[in-house]
Design a protein around this ligand. Structure first.
Ligand code: 13P
Ligand code: SF4
Length: 345
């Protein structure tokens, strides 16, 4: 496909969302990327939060974390370029270690992944011996390696239920844990690792043990935001990612992973939607559903996802950067936790 054809393809989807001048510029970069992709026998995976021009041009597969980890595990290409953040690229390497995994922006992290270390998990295991550990995939490989099983936002409650355990350690997202507790009817505590506070929180009847990590994007949405938007758009249908607080998910009409939110909008008929998640996904959903009015609160953005640009994706393929490696002894342990999750679905 030449750049005129690429421009037409992007315009068909994005003419109401992205100014023409930007589409022409990015169509040229997309053609360069596709050429490099062929030369390097690469696959490009694009998370639902990628900016609309990138999202609608270069990825071979788009999706949520669970979906993309499956695609990473299955690919027979030599190179996986992950247009997402570091923990996602690490998960790809964990699942498919013989491939070269590239992350276009070296510093694309995640506030949840930064919130907990492997030493923290070991301390929790020492404090609650024998209690199985579930970790959200938004963690680094060494944290996954200390876990029994991983989960994503699309299967968190199913993963907890699959353990048939009286008590589960669920890390590191405070709000996802509270949302899972609400969904599964479990009582949650957030223990301090300081021995002086052991016993805080009434530790008699808890079933989930949480951690105080938060997504710096989703924690910012409030009940007041929902009330204000409902007052302005009485017919609005509100969708909230489960990394939002339980007050927000309870007041929303639907809560689910990024893929689940996309499906919900596709399948329902309401005229107005508010997506409480990264703003770029609102653009992508609006492009795919031109007859529906998509509201989004764009004062809140993920600085990490927004580091991934088309220019950096091109340069990742051109200069083979930034290569993601996971030490083998950590990878093998983390693989077990991620694979157990993937089998549950
Ligand atoms: P999903 O797994 O729902 O795509 O979420 C990933 C993420 O980072 C949300 O902030
Ligand atoms: Fe992490 Fe939140 Fe950004 Fe998702 S949106 S990558 S959870 S900081």
């Amino acid at each position: 496909m030449n750049s005129d054809e690429m421009y037409e393809k992007m315009k068909a989807k994005l003419s109401r969302i992205v100014p023409d001048v930007e589409l022409r510029y990015k169509a040229e970069i997309a053609v360069e990327i596709n050429e490099l992709k062929k030369q390097r026998n690469a696959v490009i995976l694009g998370h639902n939060y990628m900016e609309p021009a990138l999202f609608h041009s270069i990825p071979d597969f788009t999706g949520d974390s669970l979906d993309l980890s499956r695609k990473a595990a299955q690919t027979d290409k030599d190179v996986i370029v992950f247009c997402g953040v570091r923990f996602m690229a690490e998960t790809a390497k964990i699942l498919n270690p013989t491939k070269t995994v590239l992350l276009p922006a070296a510093k694309a992290g995640c506030s949840l992944a930064e919130s907990i270390s492997a030493a923290d998990v070991r301390a929790l295991k020492a404090r609650f011996p024998g209690v199985p550990v579930v970790t959200y995939v938004n963690t680094y490989a060494d944290v996954k390696a200390e876990s029994d099983i991983c989960c994503t936002s699309s299967n968190a409650a199913a993963v907890v239920d699959s353990l048939h355990a009286e008590t589960v350690i669920f890390l590191p997202d405070e709000y996802l844990a509270k949302n899972v507790a609400r969904e599964t009817g479990k009582h949650i505590i957030f223990p301090s690792l300081n021995p002086a506070f052991a016993g805080e929180g009434g530790e008699l009847d808890y079933q989930l043990i949480g951690w105080r990590g938060r997504c710096e994007v989703h924690e910012k949405f409030t009940l007041k935001d929902i009330q204000t938007v409902r007052a302005q758009f009485p017919e609005v249908v509100i969708l909230a990612h489960p990394e939002c607080s339980p007050e927000v998910t309870a007041a929303a009409d639907f809560s689910g992973s990024t893929n689940a939110m996309i499906r919900y909008v596709q399948q329902s008929k309401a005229p107005h939607y508010l997506l409480l998640t990264e703003c770029a996904m609102g653009d992508n959903v609006a492009a795919a559903n031109p007859e529906k009015d998509m509201l989004r609160l764009c004062m809140v953005r993920c600085p990490h996802m927004n580091m991934i640009t088309m220019e950096d994706t091109r340069d990742a393929l051109k200069f083979n950067r930034y290569v993601i490696d996971v030490p083998e002894e950590i990878r093998v342990k983390a693989f077990q936790a991620v694979e157990r999750m993937i089998k549950i679905g």
